[in-house]
Design a protein around this ligand. Structure first.
Ligand SMILES: [Zn+2]
Length: 66
């Protein structure tokens, strides 16, 4: 019983992307579906901003983390 309903729960595949700040070169991990503006922890430049679902990554994408 318990195992049969588990797959019915929707599991959105969320990813994290590692980006490089355009301003200072700081590497930071950003949630791909960020609901708030993500700023660089070093210089405060905007790295990603929410856009109804997937965030718009403003910085340079380096790699995607699963
Ligand atoms: Zn920066």
């Amino acid at each position: 019983m318990a195992e049969s309903w588990e797959w019915l729960i929707p599991r959105p595949r969320s990813k994290f992307v590692q980006v490089v700040c355009n301003e200072c070169g700081n590497r930071q991990v950003v949630f791909e579906h960020a609901k708030t503006v993500v700023k660089c922890m070093v210089c405060g430049a905007v790295l990603a901003r929410p856009a109804g679902g997937k965030a718009v990554i403003m910085a340079k994408k380096e790699r995607t983390l699963e």
